[in-house]
Design a protein. Structure first.
Length: 172
């Protein structure tokens, strides 16, 4: 009986310890005003380009790195993500309306999306990292994907980056 209690206690403590040690991926929500601020326009010489006037352009990139090289994840999306009633969102892979592409080490791709409609972009391994924002027509957004430590496998971590970092990701 005592051996069982020790084993159960050990399992519970281990599970608690493991869940507390892994960092949580970004789960960020931006309103329309913040979404406009996150976007930028391209002027001058650049590898990046502006979208058509009625669209927003999203650049996705993940730096080449030995850290997390074996982990890749899709950049899923869904328009008009449902709020959970508490001012937040419950994002799940089941709600994906498609994928923009796969973020592996060194990956980069571009997607044009409709402006003015709330959008969630998310990556999923053992946890979900998501960005909820409203892309504005004529603006450029840049999302960098990373892999952070997880309990069993690396976790995705998505974040908006500025034009200078985007230029670096895309080789300028």
């Amino acid at each position: 009986m005592n051996a069982r209690l020790v084993i159960i206690f050990g399992v519970v403590v281990s599970a608690f310890f493991m869940s507390a040690c892994a960092p949580m991926p970004n789960q960020l929500v931006y309103g329309a005003q913040d979404s406009a601020y996150l976007g930028f326009n391209i002027e001058g010489n650049s590898r990046l380009s502006n979208p058509p006037s009625d669209r927003a352009r999203i650049y996705f990139g993940r730096a080449s790195s030995f850290i997390g090289v074996a982990i890749s994840y899709k950049a899923y999306f869904a328009y008009n993500p449902p709020a959970n009633g508490l001012g937040g969102y419950r994002i799940s892979k089941d709600m994906a309306q498609g994928s923009f592409g796969e973020l592996s080490s060194g990956a980069k791709f571009v997607a044009d999306v409709g402006g003015g409609t709330p959008l969630v972009v998310f990556g999923n391994t053992e946890e979900i990292s998501y960005l909820v924002f409203t892309p504005m027509a004529g603006r450029v957004y840049c999302i960098e994907g990373e892999v952070i430590a997880g309990n069993f496998i690396g976790r995705p971590n998505l974040k908006f980056v500025d034009r200078m970092r985007c230029e670096v990701l895309f080789g300028k």
